[in-house]
Design a protein around this ligand. Structure first.
Ligand code: PLP
Length: 274
């Protein structure tokens, strides 16, 4: 694959940054992640905007304009177009090398990694998935920064135990999953956490679709509300929308994908596959 690094399109194995970059030394950097449908990047403007918003929240300056970054993405897809039907793209901006080994000094490295998109098994969508809860509030939760240490540790444990995702909770509140947003359905109302989360781009699409057919509430969501939920589902760029049938040992509703989730999945397919 051809990747992008600091203005150059180069083979992926040559896309290297210095080990003294504060992304390596301190975990200081941001990224965004998007997918393509028929080789077209989905919601590109929104993902690029979120990249800039994330960088601003941690005090990092992206060394290109939004228009330039969008242009790099389109050119990179064109350069790799024969290598796969669809792609995932990771836009990364690191803190760069710094004399203090802590604060950025305007030497950010900008990279775009492109890979073949691998679909999740159909069973995740047809039968639903299981979540494992874990008490954790992501620092700078509304920014997509590169600290996914808790995700890497806890998701591996959860996957080994048969759970697809980890659900972050904090003092009885439900927040989000390691790389997905969370929704529950109560009396036909779609309810989703509002604060202390990363606002997913897929979530934006999901809520717009949901509002056409159901009442939607963005508010604090409590773990104690799971007992009255008829459905739960999650969303993310690569997973799209996945029904959830169990959280820890607790069965959600009848333990099968529900009609609200199925309706939103169908509508989402219509816009992404058209
Ligand atoms: C913490 C977190 N929440 C939610 C999401 C879903 O965001 P999106 O729909 O933009 O993929 C992600 C995506 O990776 C994430 O990392």
């Amino acid at each position: 694959m051809i990747w992008f690094l600091n203005g150059k399109y180069i083979p992926s194995h040559l896309a290297l940054i210095p080990i003294a970059d504060i992304s390596v030394l301190r975990g200081y950097g941001v990224f965004d992640f998007l997918v393509t449908y028929k080789q077209k990047p989905f919601m590109l403007t929104e993902h690029v905007d979120r990249l800039f918003a994330s960088a601003s929240k941690i005090g990092l300056k992206v060394p290109y304009t939004r228009k330039e970054i969008s242009g790099f993405v389109l050119r990179l897809i064109a350069k790799n177009k024969d290598k796969a039907k669809d792609f995932t793209l990771r836009l990364v901006v690191t803190g760069g090398v710094s004399s203090s080994n802590l604060f950025p000094e305007g030497k950010a490295n900008t990279a775009i990694l492109i890979e073949k998109r691998m679909p999740y098994p159909a069973s995740c969508y047809n039968f639903g998935i299981k979540l494992k809860s874990f008490e954790y509030l992501r620092p700078f939760a509304s920014a997509k920064h590169i600290d996914y240490l808790t995700a890497a540790v806890e998701k591996r444990k959860a996957n080994k135990a048969g759970f697809l995702e980890v659900l972050y909770t904090c003092d009885g509140r439900i927040l989000e999953c390691t790389t997905s947003n969370f929704y529950l359905v109560q009396n036909g109302v779609v309810i989703t956490p509002k604060a202390d989360i990363l606002h997913g781009i897929t979530k934006k699409v999901v809520l717009n679709l949901a509002r056409k057919h159901f009442k939607v509430e963005e508010r604090e969501v409590l773990m104690s509300e799971l007992s009255s939920a008829s459905e739960v589902f999650i969303s993310a760029s690569d997973k799209e929308i996945m029904p959830v049938i169990k959280i820890d040992g607790f069965k959600i509703g009848p333990g099968a994908p529900g009609p609200v989730c199925q309706k939103i999945m169908t509508e989402f397919k219509k816009i992404t596959r058209s």
